[in-house]
Design a protein around this ligand. Sequence first.
Ligand SMILES: *Cc1c(COP(=O)(O)O)cnc(C)c1O
Length: 379
Amino acid sequence: MGVYEQLGVKKLINAWGTVTRVGGSKMAPEVLRAMCEAAQAYVDIDELLRKAGERIAELIGVEAAFITSGAAAGLAVATAACMAGTDPVKVARLPDTSDMKDEVIILKCHRFRYDQAVRLTGARLIEVGLADRTLPEELEAAISERTAAVIYLAEAEHVRGSLPLIKVVEIAKRYDVLVIVDAAAELPPVDNLRRYLDTGADLVLFSGGKDIRGPQSSGLILGKKSLIEACAANSCPNHSIGRPMKVDKETIVGLLKAVELYVQKDFVHETQRWEEIVQYFVVEFRDIDGVKVWRGFPTEPGIQPACIPRAYIEIGETRLGISIGEIQARLREGDPGIVVGTFDKGLVLNPQMLEEGEEKPIVSRLKEIFADSMRRCGY
Ligand SMILES: *Cc1c(COP(=O)(O)O)cnc(C)c1O
């Protein structure tokens, strides 16, 4: 019996995406082997962090990199780095920010659920603009001698009322203010690993456990050497705000291996695989009464990565007599359960984390659910 069976925890087929709540992503066997080997010896963690960071920076082609326990931890660590730098007194004082710059500016339309990770360092978020409009002058006016950084949410770049990153960088640079970009789920394309730094951001965060498929509790901070050193000062194993966000030797080695694989990955082939799965869904549901299916891409912010094709299934609720929530619940009931994304009118099937053959049970279970409800409706 497997570890999950022993506990009575049901496995899930993941047509939702790299969602933490369902386990994020799976690691490649090479990553698991590297982690297993790493678990079998003691090493100096500072040295391992430094050398693994250097190797990752080299692989990606950026100045420096630091490994965290996730992009959310990266938000806290990067914010602490911008406030306390490497000053041991300040590092130890956080979240008490006396004698430090402690304001972090955020566009109102970029406020997001993870910004609590910025606030837990003691930083105060200063919102600029309106929910659907930001003027460059508003950003400029919010900058003061108390400003530690601007936090920019990559996925919100194109929401209504946002300012382009390049504009935010230009204004911030004029006042020597640092720009942190949360790009946790902005992969693929792999070029994004460099893109935000190339645009002029100072620190950029990625999840290690999303498309990179490293350990779920891993993440990357990329940026300039001096700032990456400040991130290290504010992280485990140092006693600092980042100490509770520990990364272990297995995670460090596992993420490095995952990045090695990621920068060599054949994305043309991967994209083709995604397209084939989506096409299969489209063909299978095309002639089902009461539903409409098409290939599409997410348009609303917060559904990342936006470049992966999905199958959208619009549910004619009145005709089918079943709600989106009920369909989701029924998909979860089976064993293995099935998790899918949703949009306002139906289901979104995301091929990103699906493995060979997993698309079949999704189709048969959905068809069963649709047929049941049609029958109940008396068609
Ligand atoms: C997923 C995500 C995070 C959190 O990343 P973890 O690696 O799970 O900590 C933070 N910000 C954004 C925008 C995300 O999508």
